[in-house]
Design a protein around this ligand. Sequence first.
Ligand code: HEC
Ligand code: HEC
Length: 237
Amino acid sequence: MIWTGREFIITGTRVSCRHLMKNTFLASVIVVICQLMLATNVSAESIDQLVLSMSQKLADLNSLNESIVRGKLRVRLCQYCHGKDGNSVKNEIPNLAQQNPVYLLTQFEYFRTNQRTNTVMNRLAKGLSREERINIALYYASQEVKVDKTAMKTDLASINRGSRIYNKTCVNCHGKKGYGERTLPRIAGQKFEFLSKTLTAYKNKEAVRPDSPMVGVSSGLSEEDILSLANYVSQIN
Ligand code: HEC
Ligand code: HEC
């Protein structure tokens, strides 16, 4: 649909405003289309804008350090679950330490807009300012993840099996060492329970993150594959 200044051109047909006024139905359809286009543009722009602002801070050591200090002061709301240093306090809650900052920020936006659903996170994400969201993401990303190596001693066969599946199915997106990049999450050193719970949710197409490429990736995994992958991935660092 193109607006020439005097008339709309809809798929090659010219529609003047006089025509529109006579045809109120068509006019209301166009208004709805315009509103939808504006709404999608606004949210798509603001997330890019936000990532751009964060990238500018990342590129300048002084403003990066300032952001990290400010972020640390704002994690009081988060530390109860994700830990003060981003190593979460419970196995089913994800570590945020050493996670890619672009991933942290974009997922937080998805919680804000309910594109990703979790009751607590949806509520919390709406209460922070733009600067706070950027600073918290930079702070947690700057912390070191503490890898739990206990599985290594107990389940070597499962870890080896997980490693084989990982190198066949996951490596292209999450990288050789599981570090990911930008919007691809780091999964190396992530909590075992969170990994197995999340992979199972993707596999069962639970409506938590319905548009994720992970839904297709996980559909062919068996329960044993998921446990082996979680064993392997949780102890890489
Ligand atoms: C009451 C516990 C709780 C609190 C408090 C909390 N979170 Fe979360 N958070 C969770 C859980 C649980 C998940 C995983 C949701 C899921 O399974 O999809 C999560 C997921 C996330 C994710 C996505 C991580 C990933 O690996 O996909 C980010 C980012 C995040 N939280 C940031 C924050 C920030 C920032 C705060 C503080 C403002 C916060 N959370 C406070 C429980 C909490
Ligand atoms: C086509 C690219 C692609 C492939 C292949 C892929 N992933 Fe993912 N994965 C993603 C993206 C993108 C996300 C980000 C969140 C989302 O979209 O759900 C993600 C998210 C995840 C998460 C959630 C991380 C978090 O912190 O919330 C886990 C766990 C995961 N992937 C594990 C795997 C495993 C294990 C494999 C191999 C069996 C795999 N992925 C293969 C793209 C991929």
